[in-house]
Structures are given as C-alpha cells and as structure tokens.
Ligand binder design. Structure first.
Ligand code: 13P
Length: 252
C-alpha cells in the first residue's frame, strides 16, 4: 500500500503570522480527514520554526520548498539542508518547475541538492513535468523520463525508497487548467514504469503526486486513478479549508 499524501507548497505567500494561522487551521481540521492521508505543509524558510511549533503534537508534517546544493559555508543567501532539518522538516521539495525555470536549476544542481537532502535524513519531493510547448509537441514522456534518469537514477535503492515524486505539468500550474484524470494516470503510470526499469519492484511503493490547479472540486477524480497517490497543492493550500477538503478526495 502506497502512502497517500497531500502536500501544500505555499510558495512565496503569507507573512509568518498568517502562516502560523494557516498551519493551525490545518491541524484543527485534520481530524475530519482519514488518518490514512499524510498531510505536509511547506511554508517559506522564514516561517519554518514558527510553523513547526504550530504543528507540534499533530501528525501534519513540515517540509521546505528548497535547500542549498552545498553543505555549508560562504554561500550568501542560501539555506542548508541541515538547517531545515534542524527546524523539524521531514521533507524538501526539489526541482520545482519554478526553480528550474526562474533560477536555472539543472539536473547537475539537483543531484547535489538530493545528496544534501539524504545526508540530512530529509525525504525529497522531486518534481518533474513538461511545459505547454513540450506537451503540444508530444514530448512530455521524453521530458519526464530525462528528468528522472538524470537525477533519480543516481540514487541508491535505499534512497529511492525514501523518495516522493510530484508530476506537475507546467501548463497546469496556477493557470486553472488541470490535466484530466486520464492524462494524469497516463503519465503517472509511465513514470512508474521508468522508475521500475531502474529500481524494479520498489517502484510500486513510490508515491507519485499530481500537481497543477488541484482543488477540492477535481481532487477526488484525479486521486481515484490507480497511479496517483495524492497531490502537491499550490494556491488551494493557502486556505486550510480547501487544503483539507482536497484530502477528503481520497476514496480508495
Ligand atoms: P497550483 O496548485 O497553484 O496550480 O500550484 C501547483 C504547484 O506548483 C505546487 O507545487
């Protein structure tokens, strides 16, 4: 049985006090959703310590949105994996399309970030996904395959067993355009096959999340698909009520 996960990527939103309120709202309503759903919130770095405090005593996990490629030292403005782990993070989002697109993150950088994450016992939520042009040219399978081969294939089997993948088509992020449930299933199944080619039966255990305009009204249909194990939620994670309602989308 694969883990069911609903993770909130808050991106660069909320002030710290608002973030704490949001986290408290998630904790307060969490009991209304099946305990089989693993909730994760990923606030900005500046909020991590305060949000960790707000999550204390609950089963809502904390994640960061990024970490540095280096362990420590003269890297002004960077935040090390050891620092976020020390604040209570269990997860770290790596390779989000916004980081690839706006901050030039390449597979070479991401290999180093993955190494830092594992060295600090963090579970990476590794993001893959094609842009609109690539989808329209029918290249989406090749794009995600390369993103997996260049990074995930470098992991040991033990590391792979502590990995979450998020498939986020760039054309569906923040656009209101969601991949259909069938489109999501098609590529999630493909991703699982690419993972199985390298890691064999362990691929059946890897949670693969869908991300991109996921909301309470479409989550249930998408999550009902065999190879979709939850969601990485942007906009709808900024309201505790919507975020929790997405978690209720699991019928299986
Ligand atoms: P939206 O849910 O706002 O489309 O964002 C998805 C996303 O990028 C989560 O990482």
């Amino acid at each position: 049985m694969r883990k069911k996960i609903v993770a909130g990527n808050w991106k660069m939103n909320t002030l710290p006090a608002e973030g704490v309120e949001l986290a408290k709202g998630v904790v307060a309503g969490r009991g209304e959703v099946c305990s089989c759903v693993n909730f994760i919130v990923c606030p900005p770095f500046t909020h991590l310590a305060m949000v960790a405090e707000a999550l204390k005593g609950s089963d809502v996990a904390l994640g960061a949105q990024n970490c540095a490629a280096e362990a420590k030292g003269a890297y002004t403005g960077e935040v090390a994996a050891s620092m976020i782990a020390a604040l209570g993070c269990k997860y770290v989002i790596l390779g989000h399309s916004e980081r690839r697109q706006y901050y030039g993150e390449t597979s070479a950088t991401l290999n180093k970030k993955m190494e830092q994450a594992y060295a600090n016992n963090l579970v990476p939520i590794y993001c893959v996904g094609e842009n609109l042009e690539e989808r329209e040219a029918g290249k989406h399978f090749d794009v995600v395959k390369a993103q997996i081969e260049e990074v995930v294939y470098n992991l040991t089997e033990e590391q792979f067993r502590n990995l979450v993948i998020a498939y986020e088509p760039v054309w569906a992020i923040g656009t209101g355009k969601t991949a259909t449930a069938d489109q999501a299933q098609e590529i999630h199944a493909y991703i699982r096959k690419v993972l199985a080619d390298k890691f064999g039966t362990a691929a059946a255990e890897c949670p693969i999340l869908y991300g991109g305009s996921c909301k309470p009204s479409n989550a249930a249909e998408i999550f009902a698909k065999e190879d979709v194990d939850g969601g990485l939620i942007g906009g709808a994670a900024l309201k505790a009520e919507d975020f929790l309602a997405i978690g209720k989308g699991f019928a299986k």
